[in-house]
Design a protein. Sequence first.
Length: 386
Amino acid sequence: MPELPAVAVVIPAHNAAPYLAQAIDSLLAQTRPPAEICVIDDGSADDTTAIAERYGDQIILLHHDTPRGSSAARNAGIKATASPLVAFLDADDIALPERLSIQSRQLEQHKDAVLTFCSMAYIDQRGIATGDVISASDYGRKGFLGRMMVRNRIGSNSAVMVRRETLFAAGGFDETLTHNEEYALWLRMAFLGPVIATPDVLVQYRLHDSNISRDRVTQQRNETHVLQQYPWDRIVAAVQAAYPTEPDHSLALARIRIRREESDQAKSILEAIQGQGLRDARVDFYLGNLYFLANDLARAKRHYEACLEQEPEMACALNNLAVVEAGHKNTALAQTLLQQALSIKPHYADAAHNLKVLENNCSESMRITETLLRDVLKPETISQIN
């Protein structure tokens, strides 16, 4: 068997003192240890650098005097290493012992592939597994780019190993993006070659306060910016490879139109699906959202109700219908709908937020859910983890 290419692992670290040693130790304990481990202290105010220094020449340590962001930190780490394969690990996550062996073997067996990613298991702050596994259940090599256009299927940077040459060809991480910079890079790389995956859980993803909280508005704005960079004909070709049959093909295109903030085009696609006599709860869900955002609450309500007639346990439709009912002062019904949604999806952040607004008469606005829910939801608060 030929010798596998060397692997460098890049760890950006900002105020990572509580977890960094566990991340580094997990790499040193690999069945196939990395050739290089690069830790980038991105302007930490805690003992991150002191902890990293304990490892001496086992690691490459870079230091930024002030925080430059995770993209700049990862780019610096990439440039400071030389191995032909590059894996990423966030400073609060843990690589399971076979991770580097399995992923480097994958890239050696599939020489045309530019990137591989694995499944992950959630752990809490103490390192105890929550029982939730994050995987791309609908992964398909041929159509992966199209599926990524619809939604990011890669759970975290910590799940990814790439080829250095393709990483540079794709331009590295975009340092102007503060959220979803990895999504932008994975898309650029997927245009350059195939992406492969393993269902094996090779990483433990730690849940704690700083990575549970999310800036949803900035996230969505960056996703829109990323998708608007691609000509529509390239998107159509990618989606056709991923979703060759109707209504999945047209629905995927409509979802991308929505993410690109092209509401009129999305509505035309969705209404054309229904005009062909095809019933699909997902189509009604997105039409409901488009009419809600256009302030046509009566039509939004009809579509959410039609959605629930087909799939009574679609939690996102229950939540959005509750928002409409609350707007009509039907508070008791709205609360019932939200409680149903939370019984189906206990970590459903929008439903929990909306129920709190109604129960406490908060001044905050209620939130509709703009896309179909993932199989496994990230908790909104630490108290929801266990």
